[in-house]
Design a protein. Sequence first.
Length: 139
Amino acid sequence: MVCIRFDACLPSPGAISFLDCSLISDTLGPAFTGVKAADVQGTVLSVRGCGPVELMAVQLCKVYGARRIIALDPIRFRRQKTEAFGTHIGIDQTTGAPEKTLQKLYPPLGVDVAVSATSAGDVPNQALASTRLEGVSYL
């Protein structure tokens, strides 16, 4: 059995199945926590990885007023999918040095916020290296 505080729960609309609700909450929860904590309003940010959690993060960044959103993922289809959700640029993080690309696009030191739900490869270090001093990186 799992106990959860009542104020952490929301009623589900009758039109959405239990399975759909569980899938939404499983991907929305981590994205919401990171985006809300980052205070993204007016920022330039990167979202690393473009899986389900990051797609939720992109949508939340738009809702919370991010100025520019850059998606980084090695899979072209996933980068293209983020464009439908509002990213401004898609970068293949396996070609070249993505942190240097972001530093050139947003000098001198890169983006204001980096959001990532993956620890694959060197992604966490790239996220930190492409975030300006005093910026925020949520992994």
